[in-house]
Design a binder for this molecule. Structure first.
Ligand code: S3P
Length: 441
């Protein structure tokens, strides 16, 4: 069967209410933290994507029992030292940087070496950024090319707490060091550039010994060794990164209206909303509530009258990092020039996304000026595509696939987009939900 999709028509206007699957970052963190609990933790609406299933398979390899039935997932742990290690196990993080990096923090004291592998995309990504700080605790790592997967972790019994400055705005690095700190006698101190804070919120909710002091651009985190983790029953809210495709689609159309129910609107994730609103988008949060430290709301999006370019403040980069591909599509249709800078991290994702964004924008006839960490997009409010566009060989990056589909449905043209199955990484219902809005072939 072909693994590509053909789109020849723009989507028609809609007025709908949709629900989106569970948040990926919270799902993976829930799996990993629940593996430390003595007893059963239950999650509702856990994202059942390949990244999260890889996390489940990883803890199963460590001897933890997992049971999934319909929308309910139960994890039965044996306490913080409850992993049952077999010698020479291999953990496969598949496509997931979050799993690959976070789990290393929990494995910092492994008595036997464990090999960590990943797919082609993950094997190209930088793991030195996390093995460097984790080595300072006392663990040892052997990495391919000194920075890539496969790697082997040799844990230590004599861990020492570290002081760590996280400068990239990487929640994965910050979280992995928090996990390692939880296993280490003494106090680990982290100064972390702002990034998503789901780990801190979960660890706080669990009453574990963490303190977080918020500052303007950095957070100061202190974490001590933990002794027990209470049960973590959790109702996972919907993922704003998956919602982003539909937020942008509605924003690029005329006379459409969409409600997305029960989305996580943690301020460390809502950069896309701030950016699009500055560009003229019509987006509102309804029924806001707090859930175990996270903020949740329904998102109401209406097609705007017009869109204008933005000189995007770099302080929003980290809270919109997974959404730039679709934000760039809005810039392509906005009046004026948009400028996005300090985006080196975008080329460190599942594929080099800044490079791919430029390629796709060029293909659809949008003028751009890019460097290795910035892009200027010359918007065209009348943007229409009349030619054949083929998107392939992009390391099966799920977000490249979905952003390309949104571009096709918004701007027209005759598109063939390869590697449809990449959506299973984060959002396997993406096309199903689009079908509910209209018929996509
Ligand atoms: C994530 C953090 C971000 C993000 C990724 C998920 C997380 O990566 O891009 O999709 O769940 O911690 P970095 O920490 O590398 O910025």
């Amino acid at each position: 069967m072909s693994d590509s999709i053909v789109i020849k028509n723009k989507i028609q206007n809609f007025n709908k209410k949709i629900e989106i699957s569970g948040d990926k970052s919270i799902s993976i963190r829930w799996v990993l933290l629940s593996s430390l609990v003595k007893g059963v933790s239950t999650a509702k609406n856990l994202l059942k994507s390949e990244d999260v299933m890889a996390a489940i398979n990883a803890i199963k390899k460590l001897g933890i029992k997992v049971n999934i039935h319909k929308n309910i997932c139960k994890i039965t742990g044996r306490g913080i030292n409850g992993y049952k290690y077999k010698k020479n196990i291999i953990i496969n993080a598949q496509n997931s940087g979050t799993l690959g990096r976070l789990i290393l923090g929990l494995l910092i004291n492994t008595p036997y070496p464990i090999k960590l592998i990943g797919d082609k995309s993950l094997s190209k990504r930088d793991f030195k950024r996390i093995t460097d700080p984790l080595s300072k605790f006392g663990a040892k790592f052997v990495l391919k090319n000194k920075k890539n997967l496969p790697l082997t972790i040799h844990g230590s019994k004599n861990l020492k707490p570290i002081t760590y400055k996280e400068n990239r705005g990487s929640a994965q690095c910050k979280s992995s060091v928090i996990f390692a700190g939880m296993r280490t006698e003494g106090q680990t101190k982290i100064k972390a550039k702002k990034s998503r804070n789901h780990t801190e919120l979960l660890v706080k909710y669990l009453n574990l010994p963490i303190t977080v002091k918020l500052n303007k651009s950095y957070d100061y985190i202190k974490i001590n060794k933990i002794h027990k983790v209470k049960k973590l029953n959790y109702n996972i809210p919907s993922d704003i990164s998956s919602s982003a495709f539909f937020i942008v689609l509605t924003t690029l159309l005329n006379d459409s209206r969409l409600i997305i129910k029960n989305v996580n609107i943690n301020p460390s994730r809502t950069g896309i909303i701030t950016i699009l609103k500055k560009m003229g988008a019509n987006i509102k949060f309804k029924n806001k509530k707090n859930y175990k430290g996270e903020q949740i709301a329904d998102i109401l999006i209406k097609s705007p009258k017009s869109l204008k370019g933005i000189n995007c403040p770099t302080k929003l980069n980290s809270s919109a990092i997974d959404e730039f591909l679709v934000i760039f599509l809005v810039a392509a249709k906005a009046k004026g020039i948009s400028y996005f800078k300090n985006l080196k991290e975008l080329n460190e994702k599942e594929s080099p996304r800044l490079e791919w964004a430029e390629k796709i924008l060029k293909k659809i006839g949008v003028k751009t000026l890019a460097t290795n960490d910035s892009i200027k997009i010359y918007g065209n409010p009348k943007l229409k595509i009349n030619k054949k566009i083929i998107i392939k060989n992009y390391l099966k990056d799920h977000r490249i696939f979905m952003a390309s589909v949104i571009a096709a449905l918004s701007f027209g043209g005759n598109w063939q987009i390869h590697d449809k199955s990449s959506i299973k990484t984060s959002f396997k219902d993406f096309l199903k939900i689009l079908h509910k809005l209209k018929n996509v072939k």
